[in-house]
Design a protein around this ligand. Structure first.
Ligand code: ZN
Length: 363
């Protein structure tokens, strides 16, 4: 797809860094004679997370008969939905799932199954977030509205001094926005944040509306045959909050931490760094050696590798991670990895506290 006209930022000319990185990664795949796309591990995982999602939904809608079982199944549904989001449509949307365009589109449309448009996501995530990571006004992921200040160039408001406490819960409300507000607003305004994007047409528009309709049927219409409206709304809320907190926190740990850069865009829309180094220095890994976390998060604990090579399926990240780190060391590009989840969570907390401080220069 085309780039938005207003989102032109010039990075410094590429040095040998990206060239050497690409050569080493290409050499890894060619010497092992393996494809960069999905393999059996990914197919197994696709079946597992989709099975978890379907089982949780069936248990919640047909077998929950009290608050405890409802809470348990709705939490499971929220975690399963996050697992699906991390693993299937994210890779599909980046065309990393398969070489075949249709398979990738099908995998990407799992976002529509979860109630969020895969078309709008492509522009928000692939184009503006990946192309212009941590740049205020372009990367829509770091703009969560007036209630949160995630970057130094954003306006500081009085309530931000408490944001390190309340934002964690507010993240839980993001799915409500995706389901009911953001996609429709983008469709009407033709913008994602401040950036223009081409409105969907034909099949893309059909998938967007078809996805919304099937989601509302599954989330509200079907459950209403078996439960009261209040129960349906409460447990839709629980599943959505679990989904929102899980997805948001995982994405925040990669970019909104004290170790990540938030470069200023200079007056002539210039960034004083080359694109690949910018990606490494605005992104932070965590729990690189934890196989369980890596499995569930679809490799999103290794977002440095993801940002450099988004078309490589995430099952390969553990293998290419040391290669990427080695090249970064050779070229003096800062490569950061938190050893455990606690260190990553603490860093996000510290960043929120720093951004909310009264004596910050942007206040
Ligand atoms: Zn991505």
């Amino acid at each position: 797809m085309k780039q938005g006209k207003t989102a032109i930022i010039n990075f410094e000319r590429s040095t040998e860094f990206k060239k050497v990185l690409s050569e080493r990664i290409d050499h890894y795949f060619s010497s092992k004679k393996i494809s960069q796309s999905a393999d059996i591990r990914m197919y197994r995982k696709t079946a597992a997370v989709l099975g978890w999602l379907v089982a949780s939904y069936i248990l919640l809608v047909f077998f929950a008969h009290g608050p405890i079982s409802g809470l348990l199944y709705a939490t499971s549904l929220g975690l399963a939905a996050a697992g699906v989001g991390f693993n299937i449509p994210h890779d599909g949307g980046h065309r990393a799932y398969a070489k075949n365009r249709i398979v990738n589109r099908l995998a990407a449309s799992a976002f529509d199954l979860l109630g969020a448009s895969s078309y709008i996501w492509h522009w928000k995530h692939n184009v503006y977030h990946h192309g212009y990571t941590n740049l205020v006004g372009i990367d829509d992921d770091i703009d969560i509205g007036a209630l949160g200040r995630l970057a130094p160039e954003q306006k500081r408001r009085w309530m931000h001094r408490f944001q390190q406490f309340y934002l964690w819960l507010l993240y839980g409300f993001l799915p409500f926005k995706w389901h009911f507000v953001d996609d429709f607003r983008a469709l009407v305004s033709g913008r994602i944040g401040k950036q223009r994007f081409p409105r969907p047409k034909g099949l893309d528009l059909g998938i967007l509306f078809g996805g919304k309709v099937q989601f509302f049927i599954l989330a509200f219409v079907v459950p209403l045959f078996f439960h009261s409206i209040w129960n349906v709304l409460i447990f839709y809320g629980v599943a959505s909050i679990v989904l929102g907190v899980t997805l948001s926190v995982v994405f925040q740990l990669a970019h909104c931490v004290v170790e990540a850069d938030f470069p200023e865009v200079f007056s002539k829309k210039k960034i004083g760094n080359e694109w690949a180094a910018h990606q490494v220095e605005t992104t932070v890994n965590f729990c690189r050696d934890n196989r369980l976390i890596g499995w569930y998060l679809g490799g999103l604990n290794m977002q440095i590798e993801h940002h450099l090579f988004p078309k490589v399926c995430h099952v390969h990240y553990p293998a290419i991670s040391r290669i990427v780190e080695g090249v970064c060391r050779d070229f003096d590009v800062r490569y950061t990895c938190h050893r455990n989840a606690f260190a990553a969570l603490a860093s996000h907390y510290r960043w929120l506290r720093e951004m909310g401080r009264l004596n910050d220069v942007a206040a």
